[in-house]
Design a protein around this ligand. Structure first.
Ligand code: PEP
Ligand code: MN
Length: 337
């Protein structure tokens, strides 16, 4: 249930509604907008009488939410969510670019990557230290050493760091080095991990699973939000279809759909979305044109010798040419980059 308070409702009136919701068995989540405060009541009785709340002082309107996800729904924050990470806003006017190698491989590699992505205009460097590889014999990542190297490279260039957390025991380590914790496609429905991420106060980027519907993605986000961590960023990274030419099928339509159904920022990963470096720029351009709040892209100084995902990693000149193109496309859809 959502209780929308009147413009300028007093703190005392808001508190009375919170108390009543709690008394009735709801978990209360508060969203303070510029105009209205919205109170989300989750998990209460099905048969409650909305009139009880409608007549309370300071209440503008009350809605039952019929979608299975409540806190992730657009109605909870009609104005949209901006996730602020240090001095970077994700979900605002500026399209945020997160770029870097698939995996952190060495100091030299991540320093070169940091130079390339910072010079091109990215705000965030990406790089995996713990890698979910399809084969146990493939490179699994440098672990903590990789995080350390990436943090140092980022700090020298005023970049934020995003890196993948593969299970809940890694949360403290990732939180110590990264500004945004990435949940990979394979873990989108690792509900224990999602619950634990709901308890921390660090932004989480949640990728869509390879065969997950948009509703399942939003329900996974709901696990994190319902724990009280509202800094969730969603990411389309391609889904598995019958097509074999590309590694995955980049579902660009998921971007406007999610933006309609949810208030959460939505970014796009055209690297895993296509698996082929020649297809990354067109899908990145399409994602920005479709309203993505950010891009997550793989870039490597020497992709032919990358330890993971070389085929889909942009070469430095491709990346900088793409960034130039995006700087022309973004204003056409009311954004900057
Ligand atoms: C990654 O970003 O390197 C990654 C493993 O992505 P995904 O979980 O989308 O496969
Ligand atoms: Mn990768």
């Amino acid at each position: 249930m959502l209780v929308v308070m009147q413009e300028g409702a007093s703190e005392a009136h808001i508190q009375k509604v919170i108390d009543r919701l709690t008394e009735d068995g709801f978990d209360v989540h508060r969203s303070t907008g510029v105009i209205h405060t919205v109170l989300g009541g989750v998990g209460g009785p099905e048969d409650f009488d909305t009139a009880v709340f409608e007549v309370m002082d300071g209440v503008k309107e009350v809605h039952r939410i019929i979608s299975p996800y409540k806190l992730a729904s657009r109605a909870f924050r009609p104005q949209g969510t901006i996730v602020r990470v240090r001095d970077v806003d994700i979900g605002g006017k500026k399209v945020v670019v997160m770029a870097g190698p698939c995996s952190v491989e060495s100091r030299d590699q991540i320093e070169r990557a940091a130079d390339i992505v910072a010079n091109g205009g990215a705000q965030v460097i990406r790089g995996g230290a713990f890698k979910p590889r399809s084969s146990p014999y493939s490179f699994q990542g440098l672990g903590e050493e990789g995080l350390k190297l990436m943090r140092e490279a980022a700090d020298r260039r005023h970049l934020l760091v995003i890196s993948e957390v593969m299970d809940s025991t890694q949360i403290p380590l990732l939180s110590a080095y990264a500004d945004i914790l990435q949940v990979g496609a394979r873990n989108m429905q690792n509900f224990n991990l999602l619950r634990e991420l709901g308890k921390i106060r660090k932004p989480v980027l949640l990728k869509r699973g390879i065969s997950a519907t948009i509703e399942e993605l939003l329900l996974s986000a709901e696990y994190i939000l319902s724990g009280g961590n509202y800094d969730v960023i969603l990411c389309e990274r391609g889904i598995r279809t019958f097509e074999t030419y590309t590694r995955n099928t980049m579902d660009v339509s998921a971007i406007p759909v999610v933006k309609k159904l949810s208030h959460l920022p939505m970014v796009a990963d055209p690297s895993h979305g296509t698996g082929r470096r020649d297809q990354v720029p067109p899908m990145a351009r399409a994602a920005v044109a479709a309203g993505a709040d950010g891009l997550l892209m793989e870039v490597h100084h020497d992709p032919d010798h990358a330890l993971s995902d070389g085929a889909q990693s942009l070469k430095p000149d491709q990346y900088s040419e793409l960034m130039d193109q995006l700087r022309m496309i973004a204003p056409a859809v009311g954004r900057t980059i």
